[in-house]
Structure formats: structure tokens, C-alpha cells
Design a protein around this ligand. Structure first.
Ligand SMILES: [Mn+2]
Length: 435
């Protein structure tokens, strides 16, 4: 994406801010063990506002009555360090690249902040997750508070992510393009895996097949840890052990999506390990699929996630009654929340730079935010029937099914961005057999 897009986002953020100073840091390196680190991923808000991927970089936005300013702190170029950890952009190149007012080296952050914080009442930062920065800013503010020559210094701290998360709710055309690129790769991975899946394969080997396609097709990483849940493992909602063997006759539930250009995709498909659904699996699968299709159809501007949740609970309860999984009247069962036992989760979530995009679901009055053009959400109804649950018809025990797509709200209705990843019984069986 080009630099003016990031500049525009910073300007929008400055418009939303009250007078004050905002500090946003990029993600910090995370230790894996001893002196080795996890692969680096930038902080989502920081990336949204800069497009910059280097750690130890900081964005500072200043808003006063007369002007706004945007500063960037980047790592100093140190050849001995770059030999080990790779090239750094450095101040000069950063000045060229970023449309900001000034660029400093990160080491000067505290020194510069003392100047920038003077005469300011309000400091914005990531209030809930950046404890390191909090300590640093609080120490600075305290020092200024006790400096007799400083008349005004920050006494209020506010959460910057409230403002960035509101901005990230509506995706721009450029962002939709990124999500579509991620989904094109995720589609290839799911179709490839359906072909190579077979009995006695280790779940983590099937996981590797997904990751192989992600990387081969240019996605550096998955957007979240892949769930490969064969048979009854699908009834553990966040099963990521992936260390069992896939069994003939079982279904495998795969929740896998790549991240492309730091945009997520989030797709679940459930398919037969041996390539053919049994009659019982097919009955359950088609029930869930029918519910999913109906919910997607209901998505349009001014609609709401709460309404979709209610619809999904009613439709799944009706389906479960029809199949003899639940007994009684749909309304009574729902009042008693009996359906929650087998459909315990939400119908979906916002998706974007984060797979669970942290955008708001309700406004400042507590009213639900209604769908609008440019929002992206997942739709993922599921049904989970543990093998040890003797209240269930025997033929359904040990089956877990979820079907998940990524949906864009459009002007008129919605677009299923992942609509070409196969999901009907006939399509799945055809691709599974096409080895
Ligand atoms: Mn999801």
C-alpha cells in the first residue's frame, strides 16, 4: 500500500484525538526460549498507521490548538547489529520514505518526549497491553510533575486503541484486496489438503500441508494457529495439539487461514478423512451448511451481529430437533439454553489485520453497531457432539462440524469473499477423491 494511505490514516486519527500527545509503539520481540525469539510480527495498530515492520520503532502524534505533528522513532543503523539481525532502514531512509514531520533514533525517545509532553494535559497510548510503555511514560510524567520549572504536564492517560479500533472497522478498497489475496492462498491450501488427506495421517502433517501451501504461495505466516481436529477432537473448540492420527471414517475439522501482507483470512472446513461422508455425518453436515447459507443471505447494511446470533441459534436448534439431537419445542429449548450445549460459541467476529479484529461491537451508548459497507466478519456456525455424551443418538456421537467463511458487507447486501472454497457435500467429496 502506498505511503499516502498511511498518512491519511494518521490524519484521521489526529482528527479523532483531543489535544494531547499519542504514543504508539511497534510490537516488542517475544522470547521463545533462552535467547531465541519468535518470528517478528508488527503491532497491528502501528502497522495500520505506518506500514512499517521494524521492531523498536515508535510513532508519536501531537495535537495542539494550532497544529498537528507526526514523528517517528526508528532503530539506529549499527552495522555490527545488522550483521546478526538484518538491515535496518535508519533515520535518513525513513525520512525519505515516510511522510512524517520528523524522524529520530529510538534511543532519543525519552529525551524528545520530555520536550513533547511539556504543556500537554493528555497522553494517549495503548492503555491495556503495553505495560513497558506505560511504565516509561508514567515515569516521565512523574518526573515532569516534580520539576518546578514545568508548569503543565500530562495528568490524564487515555487509550489510543479505542480510536484506532473504530477506524479499523470499515475496510478500504486496498484492505479488501489484501484480504482477497490471503483468501486466494487459503483456498489453495484447503483444496490441496482435501486431496492429500488420508487415514493414518498425523494431524500435524496435514497442518504442514496447509503451511506448505501458505508459504509456497507467498504468505509468510498463518493468521492464527491451525486447528486440525480429527473425529472427536473437533469437540474441543480450540484444539491445537494436532498430535493424533486421522482415522478412516472420521471427519476432520480444519480451521486454517493464512496472513498475507498482515491481513488475515479465517476459514473452517470439515471434510471426511477417507473422502466420503457417512450418512450420519452427511445429515449433520448439511444441516449446519444450510444454517450457514441462510445466515450469510441475511447479512446486509443496518443488520446486526446480535440478530445473526439469534437466527443461528434458532436455526441450529430447529435442525437439532429435526435430527433428534434435542427433544422438545424449539422455543422452550432455546429459553432453557439447551442448544448452547452443542453450539456454545458466537456466530462470528470482525476480521482484518487481526484475525479477531478488535473493532467495537457497540458504540459509546452501548448500542450495537449495525453493519455497514466495508465491514468484514466471519460466519461460522458449528455443532459439537462429544462421543461420551450418552444423551445423543449414537450415530452422531463424536462428530464436530464447523463451516466458516469471511463476509464483506456491501452497499446492497454482502459478498462471501471465500465463496469459492468448496463446501457442499458433492463438491468436497469430488475434490477429496481427485487425488
Ligand atoms: Mn473465526
Amino acid at each position: 500500500m502506498n505511503e499516502s494511505l498511511y498518512k491519511k490514516r494518521r490524519e484521521t486519527l489526529l482528527e479523532k484525538m483531543q489535544e494531547g500527545v499519542a504514543v504508539l509503539t511497534n510490537a516488542r520481540l517475544q522470547t521463545r526460549s533462552n535467547d531465541t525469539e519468535y518470528p517478528y510480527r508488527p503491532n497491528s495498530d502501528f502497522y495500520y498507521l505506518t506500514g512499517f515492520k521494524e521492531d523498536n520503532s515508535i510513532l508519536v502524534l501531537i495535537k495542539t490548538a494550532d497544529e498537528t505533528k507526526c514523528l517517528l522513532f526508528v532503530q539506529k543503523k549499527v552495522p555490527e547489529m545488522e550483521l546478526w539481525t538484518g538491515k535496518r532502514l535508519g533515520v535518513d531512509a525513513a525520512k525519505e520514505r515516510f511522510k512524517v514531520d520528523e524522524v529520530f533514533i529510538s534511543e532519543d525517545f525519552e529525551k524528545e518526549m520530555k520536550v513533547l509532553m511539556a504543556e500537554q494535559h493528555l497522553l494517549y497510548y495503548d492503555l491495556f497491553s503495553d505495560d513497558v510503555l506505560y511504565k516509561q511514560l508514567r515515569a516521565l510524567a512523574k518526573e515532569m510533575l516534580h520539576t518546578r520549572t514545568v508548569i503543565v504536564s500530562p495528568r490524564s492517560f487515555s487509550d489510543i486503541t479505542k480510536l484506532t479500533q473504530e477506524m479499523r472497522l470499515i475496510k478500504s478498497r486496498e484492505e479488501i484486496v489484501q484480504i482477497k489475496k490471503a483468501l486466494a492462498i487459503t483456498q489453495k491450501a484447503h483444496h490441496h489438503a482435501m486431496k492429500v488427506c488420508k487415514p493414518e495421517l498425523d494431524e500435524f502433517v496435514l497442518q504442514a500441508e496447509y503451511e506448505y501451501i501458505f508459504k509456497k504461495e507467498g504468505a509468510y505466516s498463518d493468521a492464527y494457529t491451525t486447528i486440525i481436529a480429527g473425529g472427536n477432537n473437533a469437540n474441543t473448540l480450540h484444539y491445537i495439539n494436532n498430535d493424533a492420527k486421522l482415522k478412516a471414517g472420521d471427519l476432520v475439522l480444519v480451521d486454517a487461514g493464512c496472513e498475507y501482507g498482515f491481513y488475515a483470512s479465517d476459514i473452517t472446513r470439515t471434510y471426511p478423512v477417507s473422502g466420503t461422508f457417512t450418512q450420519a455425518q452427511k445429515e449433520l453436515y448439511e444441516m449446519v451448511l444450510d444454517v450457514q447459507l441462510k445466515i450469510i443471505k441475511a447479512i446486509k447494511p443496518k443488520g446486526s451481529k446480535k440478530a445473526l446470533q439469534a437466527l443461528s441459534e434458532r436455526l441450529l436448534t430447529e435442525g437439532m430437533v429435526k435430527l433428534g439431537i434435542l427433544e422438545g419445542h424449539v422455543k422452550t429449548l432455546m429459553d432453557e439454553k439447551s442448544h448452547k450445549k452443542y453450539y456454545p460459541h458466537g456466530i462470528g467476529h470482525w476480521m482484518g489485520i487481526d484475525v479477531h479484529d478488535p473493532c467495537p461491537y457497540s458504540d459509546d451508548n452501548g448500542d450495537e453497531i449495525l453493519f455497514a459497507e466495508g465491514m468484514v466478519l466471519t460466519i461460522e456456525p458449528g455443532i459439537y457432539l462429544p462421543e461420551e455424551d450418552e444423551a445423543l443418538p449414537e450415530k452422531y456421537r463424536g462428530i464436530g462440524i464447523r463451516i466458516e467463511d469471511d463476509i464483506l458487507v456491501t452497499k446492497e447486501g454482502c459478498e462471501n469473499l471465500s465463496g469459492s472454497i468448496v463446501k457442499s457435500v458433492a463438491e468436497i467429496e469430488a475434490i477429496c477423491k481427485n487425488k
